[in-house]
Design a protein around this ligand. Sequence first.
Ligand code: ZN
Length: 137
Amino acid sequence: MKECNFCKIIAGKSPSNNIYENENVLAFAPLKEHIIAKGHMLVIPKKHYNDIYDIPKEELHHIIEAVKTISQKLKVKFHADGINILHASGKVAQQSCFHFHVHLIPRYKDDDLDTWPNTGYKECNFPEIYQEIANLF
Ligand SMILES: [Zn+2]
């Protein structure tokens, strides 16, 4: 099986611009052609998990702690006005590398990025669908 690109980065077998790491997570800059904002970076677990469905909750704790730490630093350093924390699980959700990852995208006033589609979902059977979801718990 082909080794995943992010596992290669963690193993030091593939070049990357590593920014921050601890025992559990690594944060690094995307490839230059994929950077969409000043300070955009990726945060990944050092162990391989495909997506939100197979990553253990403890690993998510490590990820979100790093996300919090890095977000604060970016806000102070670059005076970001906000940040998007983006994640995709599954091909249909536009996940491109199947090693769990979170994008940190600092936002600046008038940056013209649109990370939040506002097209209305028309077929939602509200409120029945949400009652079905609530019944799962
Ligand atoms: Zn991997």
